[in-house]
Design a protein around this ligand. Structure first.
Ligand code: SF4
Ligand code: SF4
Length: 114
């Protein structure tokens, strides 16, 4: 799935998990009014019921369970249909797994950064 130099190509199972959910981190230190954005998003009709909150130390993580429109499946393996199209593939995908810290826990991420 992912050809990042940080992912061992021999180990990536092409499970597509990194493209099926989207996570946004909120610091618990934020003003309660700002933090209530999580509740507002979860209240969105037709969208909010796809969201959940994961509690981590010092952080609330809003998990949006909606797959990317560019994720394609074939014979149980997932790939990105715009992988080589920088005009459509978001830059944060190019920088995965380090553009989004909560996703750096894929078991197949190489140790360290290079
Ligand atoms: S979550 Fe990890 S193993 Fe699964 S497709 Fe993404 S990089 Fe590969
Ligand atoms: S654009 Fe491609 S790499 Fe990025 S989330 Fe979608 S399928 Fe995954």
């Amino acid at each position: 799935m992912n050809r990042s130099s940080h992912i061992d190509p021999e180990l990536c199972r092409r499970c597509g998990q990194c493209c099926r959910t989207y996570e946004i981190e909120y610091s618990r230190d934020w003003d309660p009014v700002d933090l209530s954005e999580i509740d507002r998003i979860r209240a969105l009709a037709g969208f909010g019921d796809r969201c959940s909150v994961r509690e981590e130390e010092g952080t609330l993580v809003l998990v949006i369970d909606i797959p990317c429109r560019y994720l394609v499946e074939e014979d149980g393996f997932y790939s990105c249909s715009v992988y080589d199209d920088p005009g459509r593939r978001p830059l944060m995908c190019e920088h995965f797994p380090y553009a989004h810290t909560t996703r750096a826990d894929c078991p197949h991420v190489r140790e360290g950064r290079s």
